[in-house]
Design a protein around this ligand. Structure first.
Ligand SMILES: [Zn+2]
Length: 92
């Protein structure tokens, strides 16, 4: 499986580390809403189809990427930086 890093180009999946479900929303750090924290920590989607995921190019530029992957075919439908655009040779 190839993942196209927006900074490095197409690379083998072995260079990447799965960081988790990209659909989760972290509660505010001071929040005492135990249900929101419980959902953030434990609830995961498990779709058969397109899934929004976070991956890190740990064997390359170390950028965190938002990847849309079909969990049935493993086709990568989209990749982008998780935290906005990054310019060549610099930080975002
Ligand atoms: Zn990269």
């Amino acid at each position: 499986m190839l993942i196209t890093c927006p900074y490095c180009g197409p690379r083998d999946v072995i260079e990447f580390t799965y960081q988790g479900d990209g659909n989760r929303e972290r509660p505010q750090p001071a929040s005492q809403n135990i249900d929101a924290w419980n959902a953030y920590v434990y609830d995961r989607l498990n779709p058969a189809g397109d899934h929004n995921e976070i991956w890190q190019h740990s064997g390359g530029c170390r950028s965190h990427l938002r990847v849309v992957r079909n969990t049935v075919t493993h086709e990568i439908l989209n990749t982008e930086f998780a935290h906005g655009a990054r310019k060549a040779g610099g930080r975002p």
